[in-house]
Structures are given as structure tokens and as C-alpha cells.
Ligand binder design. Structure first.
Ligand code: YNC
Ligand code: MG
Length: 359
């Protein structure tokens, strides 16, 4: 049972399959004057702080909390180490079927390891909800590795080795049956440079063309990000050690025909004498119209290998299934569940019906 989540406006397990319930907001918005004006109570000795992420000292404190206490894999071998650039929030627009809904994307929920299982998380969730409501936002999107009421879809991570020797040395992957290290290295070897003519890094002047390409591609998914040009500039314009974006500019027409992107999310390797950091690239948004999707993503692998990443990860969202196996990705063990707060879907989606990647 979920003593907290049962009290929240989210799809409940008992309602799964009940098609009489309407799709859309579960609770209506209320006048802002009716939103609770004071913060929720915390156990004594604790107090709320609003973190000014423009302050280097505060940003470092948040960064260190997460570096030491945020998400680990099931075997506690790796822990996410998000860089400081990721630690800010902006509202998002997410389209659900034909409705574009303003939402908060909730991320980085973290309780210090020494304070776990004391029901602090529900207080934090209620307080962030109150603060989001005061911004006149009534819906949210979030992902988690745990099952809560009720996923809109459940996705799987796939991993493509770029530096197989290191991945095996640190226990991220294992040598396959009847494989030697040198055969494994050969198996994952990639060409020196991208092969698609006109493949280049995205630049500021590409924002309008990339926005058109993405909007057109994302329109086919049941739930997807609704990107405008400002969003594309914020989320996709290349930023060193944060996000990389490439596109194909047709050598003849100079049209932008294809696009691929990935974000940088290293993990700390826990308790390994030889290595401290696993450099991982995560597939973000990709669109192929003229280039084959396979070749486009192979070029993404080539540039990520060149940038020194050890592994390229991708979820089975959008059309990603069509390249995963062929480009030698292997399925991971963890699942990622997607959720909406205060928005009911009539039925769950397939991962391939989702056009949304949260950092
Ligand atoms: C989780 N990840 O089920 P019930 S993902 C949501 N997301 O409630 P306690 C979670 N709820 O089942 P702990 C959750 N994990 O009794 C647990 N819960 O109803 C629920 N880990 O609270 C859980 N970060 O304080 C249970 O548990 C209740 O001390 C138990 O704290 C949990 O960022 C946590 O994985 C996750 O730091 C903070 O374990 C802690 O264990 C931790 O006794 C490592 O809590 C880091 C980690 C989570 C990453 C993420 C998305 C979070 C979404 C939160 C929901 C947002 C709702 C929308 C708000 C805006 C609305 C508007 C409008
Ligand atoms: Mg707790």
C-alpha cells in the first residue's frame, strides 16, 4: 500500500482499466488565494530553505548533497553525479493527446542517507506541490525507478558500450560467453568520423529549423514535450559537458533534415581502486527524415566515443527500438517509470508512444 500516494491526485491502482473515468485533470485548479500560504511543518530542528542556485556556495551544497546521496543502481556500484548546470528548474509544456498542459518537471528529490524512511519525502512532495500551485501550475511530470500509483508507461534503458574494457573492469558489464577482451573491443569498435555528409554540430542559427523538425516529429506521440524556439535554445543548444546536439544539413539544399542529441550524466564509481567516474551519454531527442535512423544514431555513437564517453544509454521511447539491437545496445536491468501528477490518462502508453525525455 501507498499511505501517501493514495491521498494524492494521481491515477490509483484500483482504477486501472476503469474506462468510465475521464481523461484529464483529476482535481480542478483553485484560486491562488485558496492555496495554503504557509509552508508545511517539518519535524523540529529542520527548516525550509529556498536555494538560490545563482549563489556558488548554495549550488555547491546542493550539488554535494546529490553527489553523495542521490540515485544508485540496485547493487550500489554507481551513483549519478549530475553537474551543477543541471540543478535549476524551468516550467515545461507537455502535450497530452490534443491538450498542451503547463507542468512542473520534478527531479532531484533527495533525502540524505542518514534521514531515510522517516516520511520526510511526503512532506517534501507536498511542499513542492504547494509552491508549484502558487506559480499557478497544477500538473507535473516525473520519473522514478520505483513503482508508484500509477505509471503512464514503463521504459527500459539500453546501453551501448563505447569503452568496453573499462566497463568490464568497473563491473558495469561482463565479458560475454565465449568472448575474449580483444574480440569484445573489436565488436564495439566504431569508425573514426561520422559518415553522413553534412553532419555537424548544431548552432544558434539552427534553432528555428531544429524546432520545426522536432515539433513535427513529436506531434505523433500520445504524450510529448511541446518545444518552442526558446525551449530548443535552452534544452538543446550544445553546452560543454551538458548537452550535445548534431544535425544533418543537406549539402545541396542546406535544409536541416536530421537531428540527434545526448546529454552528459557521469556516475561516480563506488569503491573501485582504479576508476572514479563512469562517463555516460544519454540519448535525448533524435529525428531522422532523410538519413536512415540507424546511420544517424551510429554517427551519434561515433562523436560520443570521440568525446571520451564510456557508454551511450538510450530508453526505448519514441522510435528508439528501431536502432537499439542493430547498433549493439544491450538491455539494462533497471526500469524507468513515467508519471503525471493530477492528470489521468484513460490507459497506459507503450514506451514507443512517449515523446518525452526528462533529464
Ligand atoms: C520517489 N522516487 O512510495 P507511500 S526520482 C515519489 N518518487 O510513499 P520516506 C517516492 N515518491 O508509498 P525515503 C519516491 N521514493 O507510502 C519513495 N517515494 O505512499 C514515496 N533516495 O517516504 C514512497 N531520488 O521519506 C512512500 O522515504 C514515501 O526516506 C516514503 O525518501 C525517498 O526525483 C527518497 O532515488 C526518494 O533520496 C527521497 O529514498 C530517498 O526513502 C532518496 O519515508 C535516493 O515516499 C535518491 C532518489 C528520487 C529520484 C525524482 C522524481 C520525484 C517525484 C516526486 C513526486 C512529485 C509529484 C509532483 C509535485 C508537483 C505537483 C504539482 C502541481
Ligand atoms: Mg525520510
Amino acid at each position: 500500500t501507498h499511505k501517501f500516494w493514495e491521498t494524492q491526485p494521481v491515477g490509483q491502482f484500483k482504477d486501472i482499466g476503469d474506462t468510465s473515468l475521464p481523461e484529464g485533470p483529476i482535481e480542478p485548479a483553485t484560486p491562488l488565494s485558496e492555496v495554503k500560504q504557509e509552508p508545511y511543518n517539518l519535524p523540529s530542528v529542520y527548516e525550509w530553505t529556498t536555494c538560490d542556485m545563482a549563489s556558488d556556495d548554495i549550488c555547491s551544497e546542493v550539488y554535494n548533497l546529490l553527489r553523495n546521496n542521490y540515485v544508485e543502481d540496485d547493487e550500489n556500484m554507481f551513483r549519478f553525479n549530475y553537474s551543477k548546470e543541471f540543478l535549476s528548474g524551468v516550467p515545461a509544456r507537455i502535450r497530452v493527446r490534443d491538450e498542451v498542459v503547463k507542468m512542473a518537471e520534478i527531479n532531484f528529490l533527495c533525502v540524505h542517507k542518514k534521514l531515510r524512511s522517516k516520511r520526510l519525502a511526503p512532506v517534501m512532495i507536498k511542499e513542492v506541490t504547494r509552491r508549484v500551485h502558487l506559480e499557478n501550475i497544477w500538473q507535473a511530470a516525473y520519473t522514478a525507478g520505483v513503482v508508484l500509483p500509477t505509471p503512464i508507461t514503463t521504459c527500459q534503458y539500453w546501453h551501448r558500450s563505447l569503452n568496453p574494457k573499462k566497463l568490464i573492469d568497473v563491473g558495469f558489464s561482463r565479458l560475454g560467453a565465449r568472448m575474449t577482451m580483444s574480440r569484445t573491443i573489436k565488436l564495439y569498435k566504431l569508425p573514426e568520423a561520422p559518415v553522413t555528409p553534412g553532419f555537424r554540430k548544431m548552432e544558434l542559427l539552427d534553432v528555428p529549423a531544429v524546432t520545426r523538425l522536432l515539433r513535427n516529429y513529436l506531434s505523433q506521440f500520445g504524450v510529448a514535450t511541446d518545444f518552442d524556439e526558446n525551449d530548443v535554445e535552452h534544452w538543446l543548444l550544445p553546452r560543454e559537458d551538458v548537452v550535445d546536439s548534431y544535425l544533418v544539413e543537406s549539402p545541396e539544399t542546406h535544409d536541416v533534415t536530421d537531428f540527434c542529441s545526448f546529454y552528459t550524466l557521469p556516475s561516480t564509481i563506488l569503491g573501485n581502486p582504479n576508476y572514479t567516474t563512469l562517463k555516460a551519454a544519454y540519448s535525448y531527442y533524435n529525428v531522422a527524415t532523410q538519413t536512415s535512423f540507424l546511420q544517424l544514431m551510429n554517427d551519434a555513437l561515433i562523436v560520443s566515443k570521440h568525446k571520451g564517453f564510456d557508454v551511450f544509454n538510450a530508453l526505448d521511447v519514441m522510435h528508439n527500438e528501431s536502432f537499439l539491437k542493430e547498433l549493439k545496445f544491450g538491455p539494462g536491468d533497471g526500469q524507468l517509470h513515467y508519471y503525471l501528477y493530477n492528470y489521468r490518462l484513460r490507459s497506459a502508453l507503450k514506451p514507443s508512444e512517449l515523446g518525452l525525455v526528462l533529464l
